[in-house]
Each structure stands twice: as C-alpha cells, then as structure tokens.
Ligand binder design. Structure first.
Ligand code: ZN
Length: 192
C-alpha cells in the first residue's frame, strides 16, 4: 500500500503543505489516518466501547482473542501530544476493558501497551493503547533480555534523568485501595 513518491512529487507535496493552514494540514492528516476513518465511520470496525472522547475496537490482526485497540477520537500521533485529562481518561477506560477481559474471556493476564513511533510497534500514526488478553503459552512476545549497563553509566543516567524528571508532576496522595480482580499465578522468581 505504501507508494513511494519521487523527488518531484515530494517537492510538490511540501509546497502544498506550506501553503495550507494548520487546520487544513490537520484535516489532510485525518483523511489519511486509518483510525480517524474508523472514527468517522468510513471504515467499518468491531467496536466494543465508545464515548465522546475515545473508541475501542477489536484488532483485525489480534495477538490473541479479544486483543483491543483503544484510541482517542482526536488525532494525535504521539502520547505526549494528548492533553493530560484525556491521557487519564484513556487509561481509566483501558483499565476497565482489561477488567472485562478478565471477567468475560477468563484470561490469565492482560498486557496494556502503548508504542510511540514505528520502532516501538506503532503501525498507525494515531495514538493507540493495546489491551492484549494473555493466556498460558499464548506465544505472544513482549519481552527483552536485560542488558548490562556499567555502574558509572547507571549513576550518570540516574542523575541526568532524575534532574529532568524532578518537576514533571505534582505530588498526589493515592488513597484508593487496589482492587483484586483475579488471583494470577506469577513466576516464583518475581515474588519478593
Ligand atoms: Zn488519526
């Protein structure tokens, strides 16, 4: 589907984009976006939840049965562009859908996953949260082998990142007790 443009076509496209207002550019992006087309009803989907802010559909290439994609109704490419209130709402909805997967599909676990950029598995440039039902021996791999980082580099990283992260959020008391939805078996090595 991805047709390569030649240099002349790219130049013409860039010229055109320059002459467009930000609203017109946004409209053009929306027209090209698979999820925006699903939101507008131009492409059919297996919708499982919708409100005024977001839509959840069953993935047509699911990792496992019940694999759900949740996305905002406004087009954003990366998660840091999404207003904080909407980020919160999306995670609340993802959490509730995950809970329903436990209840209805009797899953053994869920992976809630968000990728920013193609390298992170984001195959449509519209923010989406994957809610993937997990079962014993489901052959889904969202894993990595731990790499070794030298102590000195770890200290440097910690200093750099902790300084950068110092004021990113205001402190909030968490008062609600976590709800247990199902007893899930963990690898013994993970239990402290
Ligand atoms: Zn979109």
């Amino acid at each position: 589907m991805n047709k390569q443009l030649d240099e002349e076509q790219v130049r013409k496209l860039q010229e055109k984009l320059k002459s467009m207002s930000p609203e017109e550019v946004q409209e053009l992006i929306k027209k090209q976006c698979l999820f925006c087309n699903i939101i507008d009803g131009n492409i059919s989907s297996n919708k499982i939840f919708e409100d005024d802010k977001c839509l959840a559909v069953l993935d047509i290439n699911p990792a496992t049965k019940g694999h759900t994609l949740l996305f905002p109704k406004t087009h954003f490419q990366f998660s840091n562009q999404v207003p904080e209130e909407l980020v919160g709402h999306l995670f609340v909805v993802a959490n509730k859908i995950s809970e329903k997967l436990f209840e209805i599909l009797k899953v053994d676990g869920t992976s809630i996953y968000l990728g920013n950029g193609q390298i992170a598995g984001q195959n449509v440039p519209h923010v989406m949260i994957h809610i993937i039902p997990r079962f014993e021996k489901d052959n889904v791999s969202i894993g990595w082998k731990g790499i070794k980082i030298a102590d000195s580099e770890m200290i440097k990283l910690r200093e750099e990142l902790s300084a950068a992260c110092k004021n990113i959020i205001r402190k909030k008391e968490i008062t609600e007790k976590p709800k247990v939805i199902k007893k899930v078996k963990y690898d013994e090595r993970m239990i402290p």
